[in-house]
Design a protein around this ligand. Structure first.
Ligand code: FES
Ligand SMILES: [Fe+2]
Length: 382
């Protein structure tokens, strides 16, 4: 870890503790409630997310060259294959003949060829079209141009990230992750962690409500009083922006009790680090592991949440497994508190009680996010 990062966090966390309040910006701000209910906005956001790198699987689920994984992500059928050179390549899992899904959902190893279940067009692990039965019927076919469509793919922090929009296949999938990803990977155990306890489930709320909740510890004392509140100094966060991405440092109670010295300061012992990769992925870094959550908008009122825990190595004993399972359970209990509140907010929107939601000076990260997202939608509009 870069020394200056830890020193800087220590300095600012100490200053905030001394002042008795978190760093703040502006005079407070407002976001239109219609942003959370509008169908057109929701559709535009879905398109935007497809142009940003999405975490689709743990790298550890594709252990060696030839390993493959077929899954659907944000409604797109994907085939991930670890290539001979060790890199993972994502393809659209869609046959170039007449569009059947080539590989059913599942996983395997030592892939030699993928055979379409409709007319048996056959693809190599690198996506190239290898064989067409009765090929004399396709004098028009350019075989070398008819491989599975590749998508921009990168592995960072033990996760396979894919840009789902095929039109962006030549874009740099690491560009959006930027400098913040370098910082995340500099933390012990987070360059090549192992995926644990993946799950996906739905919440009856707009995805942005779930993002809002990850940007402040103002709600901890109240909303999380039965789970994690006692571990944190409520409403005490230090925020850094990295272009559209953001890192929050949420200060723990023991920082207040023990006042750690700047010398050798280890941020993870004294607080949680939340890495937010715009627009919809959060990696919560705890002392010995991290929890990734990415939000898939299904419509204005519905979100599918994808979770993955990142641990330093696969659990070798029952004790190790129980340790990670207990961590996952607490994380899920805490998120359930957040998501129940998000559902209650969503259900109250139609009442018309609020035309705007108001964010306080110490909740500025959320309103910054809304501004940035709105600007991205404007920039993307024809
Ligand atoms: S659709 Fe795949 S071989 Fe015909
Ligand atoms: Fe929360």
């Amino acid at each position: 870890m870069r020394e200056d990062f830890a020193v800087e966090l220590h300095r600012r966390a100490s200053a905030a503790m001394q002042a008795g309040r978190a760093e703040a910006q502006g005079q407070g701000s407002q976001v239109r409630v219609a942003r959370y209910t509008d169908e057109t906005t929701s559709k535009q956001e879905q398109q935007l997310l497809r142009r940003h790198s999405q975490p689709v699987a743990a790298s550890s689920s594709l252990a060696a060259p030839g390993a493959w994984l077929s899954l659907a992500h944000m409604g797109t059928a994907l085939l991930l294959v670890r290539q001979e050179d060790g890199r993972v390549q994502a393809f659209l899992n869609v046959c170039r003949h007449r569009g059947a899904r080539v590989v059913p959902e599942g996983s395997g190893s030592q892939a030699r060829a993928f055979v379409c279940p409709y007319h048996a067009w056959t693809y190599k692990p690198d996506g190239a079209l290898r064989g067409v039965p009765e090929s004399f019927g396709f004098p028009c076919l350019k075989q070398e141009e008819s491989g599975l469509r590749k998508l921009a793919t990168i592995e960072r922090a033990g996760v396979v990230w894919v840009v789902l929009d095929a039109a962006q296949a030549n874009s740099d999938p690491g560009a959006h992750l930027g400098e913040l990803m370098d910082n995340l990977e500099s933390l012990t155990g987070l360059r090549a962690p192992v995926g644990f306890a993946p799950r996906s489930y739905e919440v009856a709320a707009n995805w942005k409500l779930l993002v809002d909740g990850s940007f402040e510890a103002y709600h901890f004392k109240v909303a999380h009083r039965d789970t994690i509140a006692h571990m944190f100094v409520g409403n005490m966060q230090v925020v850094d922006e990295f272009d559209l991405n953001r890192r929050l440092y949420l200060i723990k109670s023991k920082f207040a009790q023990d006042a750690p010295p700047a010398q050798g300061f280890e941020p993870r012992r004294w607080g949680n680090l939340t890495y937010f990769f715009f627009p919809n992925t959060t990696i919560l870094v705890q002392p010995d592991h991290a929890q990734l959550s990415s939000l898939e908008p299904l419509g204005p009122n519905r979100t599918r949440v994808h979770e993955l825990t990142l641990i330093p190595e696969a659990p070798a004993t029952d004790k190790a497994r129980a340790h990670w399972e207990a961590n996952v359970a607490l994380y899920r209990r805490t998120l359930a508190e957040d998501y129940a509140l998000a559902e209650s907010i969503q259900s109250g929107m139609a009442s018309g009680a609020n035309e705007f939601f108001t964010f306080g000076t110490f909740e500025y990260s959320a309103s910054r996010f809304h501004e940035q997202l709105a600007q991205q939608l404007v920039d993307a509009s024809p």
